[in-house]
Write a new protein. Sequence first.
Length: 406
Amino acid sequence: MAAYLPRTLESVLRKTAREFPAVVLTGPRQSGKTTLLHHVFGRRVHYVSLEPPDVRAAAVADPRGFLDAWGQPVILDEIQYAPDLLPYIKERIDARRALKGQYLLSGSQNILLMQQVSETLAGRAAVLHLLPLSRRELAGEPKVAPPWERKALDGAPPKGGRRDFWAAMLRGEFPEPAAEPRRDIALWYGSYIQTYLERDVRTLRQVGDLTQFQMFLRALAARTAQLINFTDMGRDLGLATNTVKAWISVLEATYQIVMLRPYHANVGKRLVKTPKVYFTDTGMLCYLAGIRDAAHAAAGPMAGAIAESAVVSEALKSFLHRGLEPRLYFWRTATGDEVDLVIETPTGLLPLEVKATATPMPIMARGIMRFRETIRGTRRDGFVVHTGDVRMPLGGGVIALPFGDF
């Protein structure tokens, strides 16, 4: 068993439990939710998993008696298996509203769970999200701020370069395969997908044929970092457009993918323009795309998509793992100008380009410069994130940044 890796969300979780009667921790399967709850709260709280059928049956048969038996505070893991407990949890919270940290709930199905939580525990529960490990967590630096919040990038650039980068992309960021070098990656991801299909997807009414859904997953992986045309994808797979949209929503809600909308000064237009899709875990992306070795990842046609996915996922985690709302976009014009990632920060819009190269050059910052000229409220810095180990200025405040710095 791999040693526990400290998570950025630890301090946020402690703080939230001191301020709310209930905390809901969501995220994909195997992202470390249960381990994090055990680490933060330890033996001071009871723990019960609602996944075993007999435990679930006891909770459904006598919810008040079940909650009485476990007392407070208590961790109720996989709460989505017993959603009928939520009204009774609300009842107990309302009886002792001033008592904080009574119920610590975790779950991996966001669609139904969050609907039930918002309807039943509104104003009583805080919701936090835990994705697989971030780069900083894997490096043992969970408290280091993201580069756009640091005044200076101190120390020497990270060593390792392209070989280490692509090997890490293949292994992904889920705690087990990422932290245990001897694990068979393909075997782990194959098992993960089967478990995900049988336990999460099967229970969601938008999905009927699991085999067809698995084919859909592979087709989506091949379209990573591309504009998604739901109609074209449906036609290629023999699916209705509404089915493609529904299945995309399933993957979003279970944290397997993130949809990036184009940045537009008019907020309403951002919501209707064609989005791009990214997998939140690069190991999952590589597995679904049939990429089994680092050389294939680095030299193959999906190298750029994998690198972009890594940067988008890292940016997403830098917000969610601090309890913040991520506002991430891409930018593209009809004339061909584009920026891979736009991050909305308190000090303005930050443009980033991602390049699957170890040799950054000033011309790679061209899209960032065009973005600054076109969009108001842009910061005077920017990053070209690359797969090598060189940190250098590219002119105009733009810095070439190794992924290990990001």
